[in-house]
Structures are given as structure tokens and as C-alpha cells.
Unconditional design. Sequence first.
Lengths: 471, 76
Amino acid sequence: MNQDIADLTLRQIAEAIDDKKISSVEATQACLDRMARHGPALDCIADVEPETALAAAATADAELAAGDRRGPLHGVPLAHKDMYYRAGRISGCGSKIRADFRPTETSAILERLDAAGALDIARLNMVEFALGVTGHNDVMPTPRNPWNTDYITGGSSSGPGSAVAARLIYGAFGSDTGGSIRFPASCCGVVGMKPTYGRTSRRAAMPLSHSLDTLGPMTRTVADNALLLQATAGHDPRDPTSSRLPVPDYMAELERSVGGLKIGVPENYFYDPVEDEVAALVRASLDVLTAAGVELTPVTIPGSITATNAMNSLITATEGASLHQKWLQERPGDYGRQTFSRMSSGLYTPATRYLQALRLRPAILAEFAEAVFGVADVLHIPVMIDPVPTIAESDLAANPGFLERITAMGHCTRPINYLGLPSLTLPCGFTANGLPTAFQLVGRPFDEATLYRAGHAYERDTDWTARRPIS
Amino acid sequence: MDNVSNRAAMTTWLHRYQGMPETITGDGPTDPSRTTGGIGDLLQARLGDLDFDSEPAQFLRLLHDLAPVELRGDDA
């Protein structure tokens, strides 16, 4: 019975709890059982308190029985990357340095999920301070990919990717500064939304790079993802970068036809370093979308895109170093070697270059938007450039030569953060090593609704998101 | 030898201008050219595209202006 409950999607379990066919306690127990069974092997759980979780679930059931439904996620167990602050509870940020950190306020994302009725039953492991694309963590556990535990999960939202794919939880929030939602979504075979910069409030979530950080959901299906973004998107007066634009009805948008929707296919840049096996699977997903009624249109990407991967890295390292300087000086030995090395590199950035990288953003975005969204509604591109590597081969301590591939991993993801655009990652098959791969749908600013519509149409005609990595 | 002297020069620079300890544990900071290699050249090549009056805050305005018309409403 518990296995069947864990197999339900977030949307299904929310409906089942609302209909009182399944209780929140049963749903939570199903998650806890799977965490107990698979958590140790996957190393994706930072902390879980079963008694607290079950007590919260019992409260949710009692409220529902009394006719008090808090919102569309009432009683649904979730868990998040260990960087979302909850007042009084440890938020370790994947680090030794913050291993005992107890914030005094709760993040806007958690507040909104609480208001929608969701339960927050565990903290999920992550890359140290969210700085890393593979999922390795030198100071805390490195989560494992449930499709094959020898392989990376992708980072930095490594725990969420592993836990959602393995059905330990119905959904999770991650963060994305250069690909940190999209890499684990691709490597683990789940759906990940990196929203437009400013669509979700960043308040009281651990910062890495103020100019690039975005917070978004990771789920098994597109509809699940839309439900979580619906509950959390929108203006927050306490995050001055959050947008005042209204939030559309994402769930209603899902069912709209994609007939006539124009999907741009890049003629240059994005596929340049992509390995043939990955490129073939990504391109094959276009056939499914075409059959669903979209129109494909070729797009020439402006040459300025070639600078954006490096500029994203420069901004991240510089803003990260400005946040971490005190710890870099006083506690260098408490950082993992790679994190210290990458983070401290930002201390060298000339202020003029940092500001030029930021000042160029509007010009490069305008050029990109005219070239892409002048002819298409959505851009279709790869996520990863290679099949998922093993943990051993991508461990820089043992294999420093892999650095070049790690730097190149951001080829298709970092530019999207630099441009501030929304991007939905969707699984599209498996490479010869048995690991998933995925594509991105990139939209115009604040048009997450169209991405969900196209993604839902794709998902309806494929079974990738229904496949289960472990029993 | 070059790497050793480069490391020493970087450590001295970090101490003088960023207040970092002169003795840094582990591998020390990444040579910035490793993670942002060529960024100086990339930015130099784009300087001609930089309008004199541009500033970072214009990015947020542009994101807003590029949003779907139905979301922008009266502001469109």
C-alpha cells in the first residue's frame, strides 16, 4: 500500500488527501518508509524527524476533517534543499561552517508552502553552499543517483534531484544560479523549473549570487511543478528584486492546446560541445512536440551568447566571495577544497570587470530576445553536454583533468541565468549508460505558463517521467 | 617553478588587497584564469556594445518590458 501511495504524483496525492481517500498521515508515512529504506544508500537526506512529520500530518488530517483546508497542497509532504531557512531549525547549506546555523526567520518560499498547506518533513543534502555542478560535496555526504548509485546526481540541488526521482518525496524546492536545478533534474530524470529572475522571492534562502540566484521546484511531472510554482510565485515586498507582475493560472494553462506554438531550434552555439548521443535524444524530443502540434522554426543565436557562460561564472564567484570573505579568511579549513578554491577566486575580480559584466546584461538580453522571441515563443535546447558521468570520474581530487568538462557543463545553462530567463527541464530518454538526459524549454521573461503548456504536451505523449529508478 | 612563484604572488596580492591570511591552507585560491579564463578579453571585445549610460538596474526593467503583454496590463 505504501509503495502505491509513494508512486502517486504530487497532484494525485493532493487530490487524494482532499477527497479523504488517503490521509496525510498515510502519505507522510509512505515517504518516511522510503526515506528509511533508500535514504542511507542515496545519501540525499540531511535530516528527518519522523515523529514531528507525522504529528504535522495528523494535524493536517484533523484540520481537513473539521472542514479547514489551508490550500491546494493541504497535507502533502515535501522536503527541500537544505538552504531554505525555517526559524529555529538548522539550515546547514551543505557545509561544515553552517552545520549548526539556526536562522531566526523563515524563507518566503516555505512561508507560502506552509500557507498552501504543505508539510516540510525533511532537509535535503546539497552541494556545499550551492557552488558546484556535479553534486560532489567534500565536507558533507554526496547524494547518489537513484538510477545508478555510481553516478552523479548533478548539482547543486543534488538531494532534491535524488529524493524526488526515488519517490522519497512528492516534490522539492532547489535553487539555480548556473544550472543547479536543471543539472540534477536532467541527471536524475525529473522535471525542474528555473523561473525568471524575480518570479519567486529569494528572501531567507541562502544566497550565492544575488544577481543570478533563482528558486524553483523539482517534481516528477509538469503538473506537479506548476502546482508548486503557483503556490510560491509572486511579489514579496521584503525581496526588492521580486517582480510585481501578476502570476498567471499555470494549471489552467496546462490544458491549452499547443497547436501553432512556435518552438525555436538553435542553428548555432547550444549544440556545439554536446556529445552525439545526448544531442540525438534531445533532437528526438522535437518530433514528439511536432506531433503534438507545435511549429519548429530555426533560430540564429547572437554571437554575444559566447561570453555569457564566463560572465555568469565571474559574477557568481565575485558575489559569492563578497558574501563568504569573512569565513574564507577565518575558517578556510572548514571549506571543502573545491569550494574554497572556486569561491576565493572571486576575490581577484577587478570591480570594473564585475560591473561591466552586469552592465552588459541588458544589451545582450535585448539582442537575444529579438533574435529568439522575435520568431519563436519558446527555445528548445539541451541541458547537459555529456551523458551523466560517474562520481569517480568527475571527482576533481582524483581526476583533475575532468575540470575542463565541468567548466563546459554550463554551456547550455549558465547563459540562461545571465539572461534571467525561465527554463523548464524535461527528461527525454536514457543514454547507453542507463542514465537519463533532458532538454530545456526557455521562454520569454515571466512566461513560465507557456513552458508548462509545452512541457505538459510533451509529457502526455511520452512515458519518461513515469519511469521509476528503484522499487 | 612558475606555478610556485605565481601562487606566491597571488597570495601576496590577496593579503595586501583583500586581507586574506598569508598562509592559506589546502590548494589555495583557484587561479582566476582557470574559472573565468578569457573573461578580460571577452569583456574587452564587448566594451564597444556598452552604452555609456547603461547601468545594471536596467536589466530588471528590460525583463519586465519583455514579459507577455497580458501580464503587463496597463503598463504594457
